[in-house]
Design a protein around this ligand. Structure first.
Ligand SMILES: [Cu+2]
Length: 605
């Protein structure tokens, strides 16, 4: 039987060739949309599906997910959610007709009532070692059937919780397969089917290994998105994405006798007032002052429908910038501190972001986190680079912009990028444009501000020289061969092949090489956060010295799940896979590169 990949190489992937022609790039003409007339959408959290002891909300709960549920609730009560992937039409700008998308909806609200392009924003605490108080998400596929499907994308799906540390079965592996030993590993699902994901969020290692700060699971800004083999790019572009914010549990592990004085002990509880009186609470801006922002671009046809070029394997760039699913929106802000969690959700665009006034003057921001959660300490940044899937969290204190001189500020992307190769210039010396205003902050009145940004956020120790010295080194080269993307040439793309077998709990050094002259590749490793040891032979950037905006990534300051590899670069990371065995993947997060084979499988054994 001919595979989908082979079909794609013939230009017929996804559906009948004729159907693709209903979405031609030719119909895309740049159209003018007035910026900053629509308010920033902020999708709410999904409603949990409540349940009583011995009455599971889903009678047919998947047995694998059920291992993380105590039906009696004696050992803890898991929180259940229902999420539906569906076709719906949403307004992406008030001057556009409604745009048909594929999106996630809170399954507890009726079809037709979720008007956001994004899925619900989960807000969940870590579980203090108790895997029975985690999160269970039933994802239901109500996308078109394979027969009904038209246009780009693939309606069969699998859901990756990006940045999470979860059992392999719940990681959104891109395809069904057979495991070593012959067991089936069926993780994708089509229309009419569902899949139960268990996210224990157990905080393994916390307080259990002295001062070393092992702590795999940290409160951080995660996101969930489709991850289906060969079609992640069109599926995510069509809208299958949402935020999943993880907070620290306000309750400290009562069994630990020695909490004070340990590294990694502070609590990011999501309550700036610390009403619960949690020890070591950070009191970062919270609630309506804690705002996730996902950046996308999209191209619309004359009828306001999404245009995508299925033949672009370099990386698809859209013609309009969107934040949280709305073209260039505005957000009213009080003159006080805000926490912004900025996610690059684009397929192929790398952003270089500045906070600017209307005259183009820029102002520093305080970076507090990466995708690996809070930094050891806050760092003032003049601007920051953000590769695909990377997250940077900043605190902006609008009280420093007094009335009436300041009535508005803008988040501006100044990276110069014209195609899927990536920005002009190098990682260290980016070329900048005058920029595009992506989001407008409309400054309102001053209000009381109980939030704080302490000088110590989430301190943790860097990997020791001894750990690095004994670590096995694996080298992965991201490359282009015969017009296809690859990792170590033959290892890439075919997920039946295992590119690496790291042992559970044994640290390794992974060296990523990008020898290409012009291409940028953001490398995402599933399962664990990475510690960046070296970039191009030198200590990675830690916020000191000349700051031209590149990634804050030095081990001991930051943890990362996506590493931006500029042209001609080499990055060493330390990674230790804990708790969960099984197949995972790492891949380029330029989604068109990922779909065209820049992905490899590793099995933790
Ligand atoms: Cu790439």
């Amino acid at each position: 039987m001919i595979t989908r990949r082979a079909l794609f190489q013939l230009g017929l992937g996804g559906s009948a060739g004729a159907a693709l022609l209903s979405w031609p790039a030719l119909r895309a003409q740049p159209r003018t949309l007035t910026p900053f007339v629509d308010r920033l959408p902020l999708p709410p959290a999904p409603n949990p599906v409540d349940w009583a002891p011995n009455q599971l909300p889903f009678a047919d709960l998947d047995p694998e997910a059920a291992r993380y549920v105590d039906p009696t609730q004696a050992r803890g009560k898991a929180t259940f959610y229902r999420i539906v992937a569906e076709v719906r039409s949403v307004k992406m700008h008030s001057q556009l007709p409604a745009t048909e998308i594929w999106g996630y909806r809170d399954g507890t609200v009726p079809a037709g009532s979720w008007n956001f392009a994004l899925g619900p924003t989960f807000k969940r605490p870590l579980s203090n070692h108790n895997e029975f108080v985690g999160t269970i998400v039933r994802h239901e596929n109500q996308l078109p059937s394979a027969q009904e499907h038209r246009g780009f994308g693939e309606p069969r799906t699998t859901v990756h919780l990006h940045g999470a540390h979860v059992p392999a079965r719940f990681d959104g592996f891109p395809t069904d397969m057979t495991l070593p030993g012959g067991a089936p590993f069926d993780v994708t699902f089509e229309r009419g089917e569902h899949f139960d994901y268990a996210y224990p969020l157990v905080e393994p290692g916390f307080f259990t290994d002295g001062n070393h700060g092992k702590h795999n699971e940290r409160g951080s800004t995660l996101w969930y998105h489709d991850h289906i083999l060969d079609f992640t790019a069109p599926n995510v572009y069509r809208g299958l994405a949402g935020f999943f914010l993880v907070y620290d549990n306000p309750v400290l592990d009562p069994g630990d006798p020695n909490q004070a004085g340990l590294v990694d002990h502070t609590r990011d509880t999501g309550d700036e007032t610390n009403a619960a009186g949690a020890p070591f609470a950070l009191q970062l801006p919270s609630g309506e002052f804690d705002i996730p922002l996902v950046l996308h671009e999209k191209t619309f046809d004359a009828n306001g429908q999404l245009v995508y070029d299925v033949f672009n394997t370099d990386g698809f760039l859209g013609q309009h910038y969107l934040v949280n699913g709305m073209v260039q929106p505005f957000v009213p802000v009080k003159r006080r501190k805000y926490r912004f969690r900025v996610l690059n959700g684009s397929n192929a665009r790398i952003y270089h972001l500045f906070l600017q006034d209307r005259n183009g003057r820029s102002y520093p921001m305080t970076q507090i986190a990466t995708e690996g959660g809070l930094l050891s300490r806050p760092v003032r940044r003049p601007n920051f680079l953000l590769g695909m899937a990377e997250r940077v969290e900043v605190v902006i204190d609008f009280s420093q912009f007094p009335f009436p001189q300041f009535s508005e500020l803008y988040l501006v992307n100044r990276a110069l990028q014209e195609d899927g190769r990536g920005p002009k210039g190098t990682f260290e010396r980016p070329e900048l444009s005058r920029g595009t205003q992506v989001l407008k902050f409309v400054l309102e009145e001053a209000v009381p501000d109980p939030s704080r940004v302490p000088n110590e956020l989430r301190p943790f120790l860097a990997t020791t020289a001894q750990e690095i010295a004994v670590a096995r080194v694996r080298t992965f080269e991201l490359e282009r061969t015969n017009g296809q993307w690859a990792i170590n040439d033959r290892l890439a793309g075919d997920l039946r092949r295992v590119a690496a077998n790291p042992a559970l709990g044994v640290g390794e050094v992974w060296r990523f090489l990008n020898k290409s002259g012009g291409w940028w590749h953001p490398v995402h490793v599933h399962h664990e956060f990475m510690r960046v040891l070296k970039r191009n032979g030198r200590a990675p950037f830690d916020g000191t010295g000349t700051d031209v905006g590149q990634s804050l990534e030095r081990d001991g300051l930051a943890k990362k799940d996506t590493i931006l590899l500029g042209p001609n670069s080499e990055v060493d990371v330390y990674v230790k896979f804990e708790n969960y065995k099984g197949p995972f993947v790492f891949h380029c997060h330029n989604l068109e590169h990922e779909d065209h084979q820049m992905m490899a499988r590793f099995d933790v054994v």
